[in-house]
Ligand binder design. Structure first.
Ligand code: GDP
Ligand code: MG
Length: 211
C-alpha cells in the first residue's frame, strides 16, 4: 500500500464537555479498560497507540477540564486553543444532566466558527451521551442526542464509561475513521485543485499563443 494508507496516522483528539459528565472516566476507560470511580480535576494529555481496522494510529488525547473562568476573554482564548490543536472532538454530556446536553450545542458552534471546515467535509466530531447505566435518572432522551448529531452531521453514541468498555472503544474508533476519511477527502480536493490549476495554465497559454 502507498500514500496515506501506509503511514501511521497521528491525530489530536480533545475531550470536551461540562464538569462531572465523565470526560476523564471515558478517557481512562479507553486507555486502560478500567473504571476507577474518582478522577480529580487534573488536565491530562495522553499519547496512545491503537490499531483501527488493521492500521496503526497514534492518538494524542487531551482531557480538558471545563474552564468556567470569570474572565470570559481568557476562557474563549483557551477554548480556541484547544479547538485549533485538535483534529477530532469527543463532546460528552451526561444523560442525567440537561444543562450538560445544552452545552454541546454551544461547543459545536464554537468548533464550527473557530475551525475552517470545507463545506463538503463531515466534521470529525463524536457526541457522547454518558452514564447510560443511570437510566432511572435520565433527563435527556436518546432521540434528542441522535437528532442533534444528525442536524450537526456528527457521530453519536450513548455509553456507560462505568459499565461498558466496548461502547467507549466504539467512540474512539468511530472518530479515528472519521478523521481518516476527512483527510482522504482533503487530499482528493487538493488533487482536483492541482488538475484545475494545470488545466487553467494550459488554457491561459493557448489564449496568449493565439493573440
Ligand atoms: P469529568 O469532570 O467530566 O472529567 O467527570 P469524571 O470523569 O471525573 O466523572 C464524574 C463523576 O461521574 C465521577 O464520580 C465518576 O465516577 C462518575 N461517572 C463517570 N462516568 C460514569 C458512568 O458512566 N456512570 C456512572 N454511574 N457514573 C459515572
Ligand atoms: Mg475530568
Amino acid at each position: 500500500m502507498t500514500g496515506i494508507y501506509a503511514q501511521r496516522m497521528n491525530a489530536n483528539v480533545v475531550v470536551l464537555g461540562t464538569d462531572n459528565v465523565g470526560k476523564s472516566a471515558l478517557t481512562v476507560r479507553f486507555l486502560t479498560r478500567r473504571f476507577i470511580g474518582e478522577y480529580g480535576d487534573i488536565e491530562s494529555l495522553y499519547s496512545h497507540n491503537v490499531v483501527v481496522d488493521g492500521r496503526e494510529q497514534t492518538l494524542n488525547i487531551w482531557d480538558a477540564p471545563y474552564s468556567q473562568s470569570q474572565d470570559l476573554f481568557s476562557e474563549s482564548l483557551m477554548c480556541e486553543k484547544r479547538v485549533q490543536w485538535a483534529d477530532g472532538f469527543v463532546l460528552v454530556y451526561s444523560i442525567c444532566d440537561r444543562a450538560s446536553f445544552n452545552a454541546i450545542t454551544r461547543l459545536i458552534q464554537t468548533i464550527k466558527t473557530s475551525k475552517d471546515f470545507l463545506s463538503f467535509e463531515k466534521m470529525p466530531i463524536v457526541i457522547v451521551g454518558n452514564k447510560r447505566d443511570l437510566h432511572h435518572r435520565r433527563t435527556v432522551l436518546s432521540e434528542e442526542g441522535r437528532l442533534l448529531a444528525l442536524s450537526a452531521d456528527c457521530l453519536f453514541y450513548e455509553v456507560s464509561a462505568a459499565e461498558n468498555y466496548h461502547s467507549v472503544l466504539m467512540v474512539f474508533h468511530g472518530l479515528v475513521n472519521h478523521i481518516r476519511e476527512s483527510r482522504v477527502s482533503v487530499k482528493r480536493l487538493a488533487g482536483i485543485k492541482g488538475i484545475v490549476k494545470s488545466m487553467s495554465a494550459v488554457f491561459a497559454r493557448r489564449r496568449t499563443d493565439s493573440l
